[in-house]
Design a protein around this ligand. Structure first.
Ligand code: UDP
Length: 426
């Protein structure tokens, strides 16, 4: 089987934790590698953002990233990329024709890629599996500024994709319900298959070793949060919660450290986006500059160290269609406090494998962090259950479910095409 994955606006080779690269990039990379291990050939087509990038980059057995020039060879506003979509689709076609390839199935990621997939479906007569990763309508419900509002065009494209693609994969039952509620989608065409976690990379580690490697004090109280610097990630609530904790426990004040992983580090202020500048202003206003540290985006290999070093990992997002970083933290046996939104509320079983709090509620967040910090038995129980929970999400399990869907769609598609041929002949 040969699969064309489309990830138009963001490459699986991009640096993670920046503005546009996060869970979706990880998903595309890891799923493709796992499919490759199972003997499926996967080409991941993406728009090149760097003119030095080679067109073809192998990233695993039978898996290649194909970076194609369409529009400026630089990061570009995703909404404006629609202009370059016809050019991108043409480049994909030229690449495939040049290698004499056609694809059995198209798996598109994000609404932009879905738009390209519908055009390529006509060329290759291949079924399309669509994943949105985030939904425009859901983002708009939690948007707090015009900058965060998604366009009507995006929402219209998402609605059309839900009608026209062959199958949609939702990460959770809630994700599926949101497609039905907000877009009038037909639930029977949406399959729920969660995201996966690399259980070889994300494993519990030794706290003392991790702190030594990261240069953290052994008696520090470490609260870690991993995510892109976006208002949606709710890091402001964690900073406010830390301020509350240091007021309630003056003896913790000097030892408390909120470690924010993502965006850019303390020394790269010229690269900070508006959200990181807002968080910086907030820590100043609350008088906890020294307690909040931006360590910048970290390569994924480093993240298990941060999770092992943490007393608590917080995931205070306002919306998270799945929430991979939280799942990775669970796999590392972290004590996690997360917002009870989206995928977080489903992967984390409240008071078993983590604690859930309402989003944007720094008092509740502080209270649950405090519980973990003051009750070592609870912390140990949460950590053990977290590892067990994450074990259900290994990539081999997830890829098996995805390939079962591929097989089903290809069978159905072959039947449709042969029926149409028969009609034409008769
Ligand atoms: N990530 C990373 N380094 C960072 C920040 C994030 O490798 O500095 C990875 C993290 O391991 C996770 C993904 O980026 O796999 C973020 O996914 P999540 O679903 O949590 O958030 P999204 O970015 O999709 O909103």
């Amino acid at each position: 089987m040969r699969v064309a994955m489309l990830s138009v606006h963001s490459s699986p080779l991009a640096r993670l934790g920046g503005k546009e690269a996060g869970g979706m990039n990880v998903y595309v990379r890891e799923l493709a590698r796992e499919l490759g291990q199972r003997g499926i050939f996967v080409d991941i087509f993406t728009r090149s953002q760097d003119h030095t990038m080679p067109t073809v980059t192998p990233i695993g057995r039978g898996v290649r990233v194909i970076s194609l020039h369409a529009g400026p060879a630089a990061p570009y506003d995703k909404n404006l990329l629609l202009t370059y979509l016809p050019e991108f689709v043409n480049r994909v076609r030229c690449f495939a024709d040049g290698e004499d390839l056609s694809y059995d199935l198209i798996h598109s990621h994000y609404w932009l890629s879905g738009e390209a997939a519908l055009r390529l479906r006509r060329v290759w007569r291949a079924p399309v599996v669509q994943m949105f990763h985030t939904l425009g309508a859901m983002k708009n419900r939690v948007a707090r500024s015009d900058e965060e509002v998604e366009t009507n065009r995006r929402i219209a494209i998402e609605r059309r994709l839900l009608r026209e693609v062959d199958a949609v994969v939702a990460a959770t039952p809630l994700d599926r319900a949101q497609m039905v509620w907000h877009y009038g989608a037909d639930a029977s065409r949406i399959r729920v298959i969660p995201c996966g976690v690399d259980l070889r990379r994300f494993q519990p580690g030794d706290r003392t070793t991790a702190r030594t490697e990261l240069g953290m004090a052994h008696d520090a109280i470490i609260l870690v949060c991993v995510g892109r610097m976006e208002p949606l990630k709710g890091m402001d609530a964690l900073i406010r919660a830390a301020a509350r904790l240091s007021t309630r426990h003056p003896d913790w004040r000097e030892r408390l450290q909120v470690v924010l992983v993502g965006g850019d580090s303390e020394t790269q202020t010229e690269r900070w986006n508006s959200e990181q500048r807002r968080l910086d202003a907030l820590r100043r206003e609350l008088g906890i500059v020294r307690q909040v540290r931006f360590v910048g985006a970290q390569p994924q290999e480093q993240l298990p160290l941060y999770y092992a070093a943490a007393d608590v990992v917080a995931a205070p997002s306002h919306y998270e269609s799945f929430g991979l970083a939280a799942l990775e933290a669970l796999a590392c046996g972290a004590a996690v406090v997360a917002s009870n939104v989206g995928g977080l509320a489903l992967t984390i079983e409240d008071r078993r494998s983590g604690l859930l709090v309402p989003p944007d509620d720094d008092a509740a967040l502080a209270a649950q962090i405090e519980r973990i910090l003051t009750d070592s038995a609870l912390a140990a129980q949460l950590r053990a259950a977290a590892v067990q929970r994450a074990a259900e999400y290994g990539w081999p399990t997830i890829a098996r479910r995805i390939t079962a869907l591929y097989d089903e769609l290809m069978l159905a598609h072959a039947a449709i095409w042969s029926a149409q041929r028969l009609v034409r002949v008769s």
